[in-house]
Write a protein that binds this ligand. Structure first.
Ligand code: HXC
Ligand code: NAP
Length: 283
């Protein structure tokens, strides 16, 4: 899909890059010539991914245990990376989520998700953004949100609140920092099978079939599809795309919004035929 040197020379940080979509993006960016830094809370998971991707791609990858909720830890990680030469691209991908009835959530439950998704994104964005502005160094940020960031969603309210905050951050800074060389975009994915998301959000296996069927394309997204879109959005090929939220969900959120969409599955063939115009007597 791309020239093999599309990201040659780019230095990219992916938060939550040890697993799932973050790991998929890391792999793709490395294949396209980037040097990649990944972070997350679990040291062993990061080390395993680092070793696996280094062997698979023979490219430069480094990992840092870092909780993005902890501003001091973020500053220390970014300072260490900057001593090594700085970054060109940041992907805010780390997230936490669970399914729950909102009235049963504790204040700590809200804090946990808002802390990772919204404050974690702010912490990393500010640590890198300030350095880019000070050095007049161009930078690209890509935030991974979710298709429900604009619509909201029942049962994942702390995540929906946080993701919509990240959308506002993306659009606001795209304008505020755009004339100083910093580009901000986001991807809003629909469901893509990863252990982290599906173990928490689809508690029964048969719900996967239900989720597949409610998508207009009758399938889930693929990690590789997300990684290719991300590679384009962080590359110089998308240099004039700024402040955009690219939805990648097979059309799923639109089918939820369309007034008559559900009728398509409920009406019988006979009913569709009965609604066709009758031939006029002249014919
Ligand atoms: C209600 C819960 C809960 C649950 C935890 N809490 N799980 N409340 N229902 N299932 C509450 C706890 O009681 C506690 O509140 C607070 O949240 C913090 O819990 P901890 O276990 O201490 O949190 P922590 O160790 O920081 O772990 C964070 C986590 C965990 C979010 C709870 O699931 C995690 O580490 N997730 C990371 C990966 C992840 O979630 N990936 C999925 C991303 S998918 P109190 O009041 O007791 O202190 C995604 C979009 C998918 O984002 C969209 C698909 C279309
Ligand atoms: P995942 O594998 O669980 O990824 C989440 C990553 O974030 C993990 O590597 C986790 O590592 C890291 N993380 C969590 N809390 C952190 C913290 N406080 N500090 C640093 N890192 C932290 O799930 P995923 O499906 O790949 O999700 C990736 C992104 O895509 C998320 O933003 C998610 O909201 C979004 N998304 C996913 C889907 C989907 O269907 N998969 C759909 C829409 C949006 P540690 O636990 O080691 O910290």
């Amino acid at each position: 899909m791309f020239q093999p040197d599309l990201l040659q020379g780019k230095r990219i940080l992916i938060t939550g890059g040890g697993t799932g979509l973050g790991k998929g993006m890391a792999r793709r960016f490395l294949e396209l010539g980037a040097t990649v830094y990944i972070c997350g809370r679990r040291k062993e998971v990061l080390a395993e991914t680092e070793a696996e991707l280094r062997v698979a791609t023979k490219a430069k990858i480094h990992s840092f245990p870092c909780d993005v909720r902890n501003l001091q830890a973020v500053e220390e990680m970014i300072e260490t990376i900057w001593k090594d030469g700085g970054l060109d691209v940041v992907v805010n991908n780390a997230a936490g989520n669970f399914l729950a009835r909102t009235e049963e959530l504790s204040s700590g439950a809200f804090d946990a998700i808002i802390g990772i998704v919204l404050m974690g994104t702010i912490n990393v964005t500010m640590a890198c953004g300030r350095r880019w502005l000070k050095a007049q160094h161009p930078g690209v940020m890509l935030n991974i949100v979710a298709s429900y960031a604009s619509s909201g969603s029942a049962y994942v309210v702390p995540s929906a609140i946080s993701k919509s905050g990240v959308v506002a951050l993306t659009r606001s800074l795209a304008v505020e920092w755009g004339n100083r060389g910093i580009r901000m975009n986001a991807i809003a994915p629909g469901p893509i099978p990863t252990e982290g998301a599906f173990s928490r959000l689809l508690p029964r296996p048969e719900l996967e079939q239900f989720a597949r069927e409610r998508n207009p394309m009758n399938r889930f997204g693929r990690v590789e599809e997300l990684a290719d879109l991300a590679a384009f959005l962080v590359s110089d090929g998308s240099a004039y795309i700024n402040g955009e939220i690219v939805t990648m969900d097979g059309g799923e959120w639109l089918q939820g919004a369309g007034e008559f969409t559900a009728l398509g599955r409920m009406l019988t063939e006979k009913e569709w035929q009965a609604m066709k115009p009758r031939k006029s007597p002249k014919e």
